[in-house]
Design a protein around this ligand. Structure first.
Ligand code: FES
Length: 127
């Protein structure tokens, strides 16, 4: 069996939503101290909906694939749903990750939660 699913390879080779949103109203950056990978998420939120999302990831292929899939999962979604996104859901949408690569999907969950917190702080809205 291949180590990585076709979906992981697809999102690694053709990541969706890469880049920066200049006027993002929620930005979150997280890192993993052990592997040194860094992920940054930009959210453009309007009327409690993620209108746009982009990411920059300095990291392994699984981190890039996880960021890409996570952005696809939250784009156009209400914040009530975005808040619930788990790393397991990201990994599942990628048809799985090897156990020792699950922490890469955790970065995606954490980056989105950090961007949401930033949004709530900036807008004085309550979580
Ligand atoms: Fe650390 Fe993938 S090896 S995020």
């Amino acid at each position: 069996m291949a180590l990585y699913s076709e979906k992981v390879m697809d999102h690694f080779r053709n990541p969706r939503n890469v880049g920066v949103i200049e006027d993002a109203n929620g930005v979150g950056e997280v890192g993993n101290a052990r592997c040194g990978d860094i992920m940054k998420m930009y959210l453009k939120i309007e009327d409690d909906v993620v209108k746009d999302v982009k990411f920059e990831t300095f990291g392994c292929g699984s981190a890039i694939a996880s960021s890409s899939m996570a952005t696809e999962l939250i784009k156009g979604k209400p914040l009530s749903e975005v808040k619930q996104l788990t790393n397991e859901a990201v990994a599942e949408a990628l048809d799985g990750l090897p156990a020792y690569k699950m922490h890469c999907s955790v970065l995606a969950e954490e980056a989105i939660q950090a961007a949401l917190e930033d949004y709530y702080k900036k807008t004085n809205k309550k979580d």
